[in-house]
Design a protein around this ligand. Structure first.
Ligand code: P6P
Length: 336
């Protein structure tokens, strides 16, 4: 790099110069998200010391045991974003309904939906977790409270998608449609600094990531694909390496950088799959597509799916393009 320190704010401002009509609202929104990420990073990294490990004993809308950090992360995102005047409505994987903007604050032109702390079941084991966020323009009239309609937009309508991975370092990766860029948090002065400009996912996977304990519950086509990637064939660099952390952001981030495919198929236990369209599949699909990869439910691009429910689940095959297209061929009976 040319020795310049490109902070997140500088990158966004330089990006915005491509849009003469830009008002700075998006820059403000991204800075609010970055602030929330810094707070979540601090508490996630200090969790063992701050006594926020362990479970609250409550159950979220997904029927999952909620960890104290889950609640903290969700509250942090809501409180960081609800007053800036950039949003008309929010939605969170942790909350059953849409999250209205308090009426004492102005309604902005954006919608933000997020998974505040994905992978949280791993927190007590010190496994990396992450925040995933997705930003749309509102489709209901300006100046009014946002509605469910503003949230149920197909993924191709996203104006920005990103995630923060709280791992050996805290890193934000996002796209506004002009490349995928990674920013690493420098804790010494609390800035996200450009560390991975123009991330491109390798065309072919070296890694496959799937929870194989579900094998008996998959349909025959996906079983054939998994047997295929595990078979030895030097010409096609098989078997692929198996890597599965059980934390989507971490599995996705590694595969984005090294080349890989992440699979969460439908099964007889989970007929719609496990992962959520609005908070996980759509934002990661926008990122992977702008990094040269692909995301599919096995039959259709994730970004083309029109959501019907706030917590809609979707089978997810995401990562290196060659491999996602191959899974689609297996799923559609064209290979096997
Ligand atoms: P399984 C975490 O709960 C999560 O939503 C994702 O982060 C992760 O990829 C997936 O579930 C793991 O699910 O069924 O393999 O434990």
């Amino acid at each position: 790099m040319s020795g310049k320190i490109i902070t997140l704010t500088r990158h966004i401002i330089e990006e915005q110069r491509r849009f003469p009509e830009a008002t700075g609202e998006f820059t403000d929104l991204m800075n609010d998200i970055a602030f929330a990420a810094k707070l979540i990073s601090y508490h996630t990294n200090k969790a063992g010391l701050l006594g926020v490990l362990g479970e609250t004993g409550t159950i979220n809308v997904q029927g999952e045991v909620v960890k104290k950090l889950d609640i903290f992360a969700n509250e942090t995102m809501v409180k960081a974003l609800d007053h800036g005047g950039n949003l008309c409505v929010m939605a969170s994987e942790e909350e059953e309904d849409i999250i209205p903007i308090p009426e004492e604050y102005p309604y902005g032109k954006y919608v933000c939906m997020f998974d505040p702390l994905d992978g949280s079941s791993n927190i007590d084991a010190n496994v990396s977790v992450g925040t995933i966020f997705s930003i749309y323009r509102r489709i209901t009239p300006d100046g009014t409270p946002g509605t469910l309609e503003d949230c149920l937009q197909p993924g191709y309508k996203q104006v920005c998608a990103g995630y923060v991975v709280y791992g050996s370092s805290t890193m934000m990766v996002f796209t506004t449609g002009n490349g995928v860029h990674g920013f690493t948090l420098d804790p010494s002065y609390g800035e996200f600094v450009l560390s991975h400009p123009n991330i491109r996912i390798p065309e072919k996977a070296k890694i496959y990531s799937v929870n194989e304990s579900n094998f008996d519950y998959w349909n025959e086509n996906i079983k054939k694909y998994i047997r295929y990637v595990k078979a030895t064939d030097k010409e096609t660099n098989r078997p692929l390496n198996s890597r599965y952390i059980g934390s989507l952001v971490s599995d996705f981030h590694r595969n984005l950088l090294y080349g890989g495919i992440f699979l969460y198929p439908a099964s007889s236990k989970a007929p719609e799959g496990k992962l959520r369209l609005l908070y996980e599949a759509n934002p990661l699909a926008m990122i992977v597509e702008h990094a040269g990869g692909k995301a599919s439910n096995g039959h259709k691009d994730i970004l083309q799916i029109v959501p019907e429910k706030l917590h809609q689940r979707v089978p997810l095959f995401i990562g290196s393009k060659y491999d996602v297209e191959m899974v689609e061929d297996f799923m559609q009976g064209k290979r096997g």
